[in-house]
Design a protein around this ligand. Structure first.
Ligand code: ADP
Length: 330
């Protein structure tokens, strides 16, 4: 799909280049014509004038009504070419800017869709393959009870992964469709603890530390939405950090009586140029063919949409000496 776009871009660049050159040439040509017309009219007037007078006196000629007329038409021709040229250039530049912007958006959208398809295929394929393996092993081999239990628990983890993926897809679709949160009081530290326990099943090495705060505020928010926010941010912190690296979660009350959540990791960090884009739907940093971590690019989109529905904010910054800090105000 992308490879087909390249020639179209080249052709449009060629057409644009041709239009600019043609326009410049026609403007120059018109200008010259105007100059020539003026010179010709001036000569004609001179010859008419010299017929009645002996020797042409230019000062006398310039004082005549006829001369004033041709100067006026020459000047208005110049003004017209200049003003129209300026207006046309402005329209052309504006049009080109719009075309270029839409073309860039189209290309970015196509790339995101392609990335999403690649990642979702991978996200679906690997748990399905391992569930199949579990079932085949159970059918073909006689296993001891502990072996059976181990296999089944692995199979269950893959089913959970598939279920999570489907839930994320559904939630992302609902969030786009004017989702209304149902606020209720909740303890965000307790939610973070539950999410951590759930994450440890998939990432046993996850080193998430919940910094307990005595004055941890009870937040009024949608429970499902808040669980999705905290779960996605903690999961990302684990996924994009080296195994066992410390991840901190804390919730405090800020001066405006709002709850401030902070999730800080010591992972690979996010380049400044990408920070503004990571909240877009399906956006993932880097290239799908070379990326090591699994994902769909939906996590941070869900986070930002849930916060938006709560009139909350999210900010991303660098951790020191390395890593990422997400700061949320709800
Ligand atoms: P994904 O399914 O790819 O994790 P997300 O929407 O959750 O999708 O995140 C978008 C991108 O932002 C990720 O692909 C990743 O490159 C980057 N990212 C998110 N969180 C972190 C983090 N804590 N550290 C480094 N990179 C992150």
């Amino acid at each position: 799909m992308l490879s087909k776009r390249i020639p179209i871009t080249r052709i449009s660049q060629f057409v644009i280049g041709y239009m600019i050159l043609a326009f410049a040439w026609w403007s120059f040509h018109l200008w010259q014509q105007n100059e020539r017309l003026f010179t010709a009219e001036q000569r004609l007037l001179e010859s008419q004038f010299s017929r009645g007078n002996s020797g042409v006196n230019l000062t006398k000629l310039q004082g005549t009504v006829e001369y004033a007329k041709i100067v006026k038409s020459w000047e208005s021709g110049r003004r017209m070419i200049f003003a129209e040229g300026l207006f046309f250039s402005a329209c052309l530049i504006f049009g080109l800017w719009i075309i270029n912007r839409s073309a860039n958006r189209e290309v970015a959208l196509a790339r995101q869709r392609r990335n999403f398809l690649l990642s979702i295929t991978h996200e679906l394929k690997s748990p399905i393959a391992s569930i199949r393996l579990v079932i085949e092993t159970l059918i073909k081999r006689t296993l001891t009870e502990p072996q059976r239990a181990h296999l089944l628990s692995n199979g269950l983890k893959d089913v959970d992964r598939l279920q999570q993926l489907v839930e994320d897809l559904l939630l992302a679709a609902r969030l786009e469709d004017k989702w209304q949160p149902l606020p209720e009081p909740m303890n965000v530290e307790a939610i973070a603890r539950d999410c951590t326990d759930a994450l440890r099943v998939r990432f046993p090495e996850a080193n998430i530390v919940i910094l307990h705060n005595e004055s941890c505020p009870a937040v009024m928010a949608d429970r499902l939405g808040m669980v999705a926010v905290i779960k996605n941010l903690l999961e990302n912190a684990v996924k994009y950090s080296p195994s066992g690296a410390r991840i901190e979660f804390s919730a405090t009350m800020d001066s405006n009586n709002q709850c401030r959540l902070r999730i800080a990791d010591q992972g690979q960090g996010i380049p400044d140029i990408e920070k503004g884009r990571i909240f877009e739907k399906f956006y993932r940093v880097g290239n799908e063919e070379t990326r090591k971590n699994t994902g769909t690019g939906l996590g941070l989109f869900i986070v930002s949409q849930v916060l938006k529905a709560h009139h909350g904010t999210i900010a991303v910054s660098d951790n020191h000496p390395q890593g990422t800090v997400f700061t949320l105000v709800v």
